[in-house]
Design a protein around this ligand. Structure first.
Ligand code: ZN
Length: 233
């Protein structure tokens, strides 16, 4: 399972870090579903760079190392808390995004679907033509509803399918690698416990201590060094 530390290696700011999104004023409103329905421009303003600038980021050493482990038949799948789609960009084929993803957007009114690329194109076109009168551009459906990313907002349920598949993976894993997460955000943080309960081993690679360190078969602080070692397998 992977968390923010894997993405910060690629230069993507951690939402919860000192430079992160959650330090912006009114940050708690950005990913709140009630606020989104009241005023979707709060989200689109707050995430213009972070989410709709993701096109310019490329996979880092951990993404590449996990793709390599899959290629040599040693990795069944990835449960990620990240919403940056970099595992898919690296070519990993079984990625379960437990906090959702902006890969698809849906209209809040009629349910119409658009891809991340389509939404980016709408944003770029609006900006090229001078926006919508100086305000923040909100991509809207033909029906008038706002498009919302399939990122799980506060006030929404976690994506059931992705979480169920992640639990299955954790339960049958001989080894679960916990990479770049401090295991503080539940329920995703409960996944390693499932592995431990079934007698599997958990290795934790994170720059900060985690609540499960004492149960881990090994803990390491340096993700980049760990990725390098995996790539050499
Ligand atoms: Zn619609």
């Amino acid at each position: 399972m992977t968390g923010a530390g894997v993405s910060t290696l690629c230069g993507i700011p951690d939402f919860r870090g000192p430079q992160g999104l959650y330090r912006q004023p009114n940050a708690e409103r950005i990913f709140d579903i009630d606020w989104f329905d009241r005023d979707p421009s709060v989200y689109y303003r707050g995430c213009r760079e972070l989410v709709y600038g993701l096109e310019s980021f490329t996979p880092g050493p951990v993404h590449l190392a996990l793709k390599h482990l899959e290629d040599i038949g040693r990795l069944d799948g990835i449960a990620t808390q990240n919403i940056d789609m970099l595992h898919q960009k690296a070519g990993s084929s079984h990625v379960y995004e437990v906090h959702g993803s902006p890969m698809l957007h849906h209209c809040r009114r009629c349910g119409a679907e658009k891809t991340f690329a389509e939404i980016c194109a709408m944003i770029h076109a609006a900006e090229a033509s001078g926006g919508d009168g100086g305000g923040t551009f909100v991509p809207r459906c033909g029906c008038g509803g706002a498009f919302k990313p399939d990122i799980t907002f506060f006030g929404e349920a976690l994506p059931e399918e992705a979480f169920a598949r992640s639990q299955e993976l954790a339960i049958r894993a001989d080894v679960l690698l916990v990479l770049g997460t401090s295991l503080t955000v539940y329920p995703a943080a409960g996944l390693p416990r499932l592995t431990l309960q079934r007698g599997g081993k958990v290795f934790i690679v994170n720059s900060q201590p985690t609540p499960l360190d004492e149960y881990a078969a090994g803990t390491y602080p340096d993700l980049a060094a760990f990725a390098e070692a995996m790539l050499a397998l």
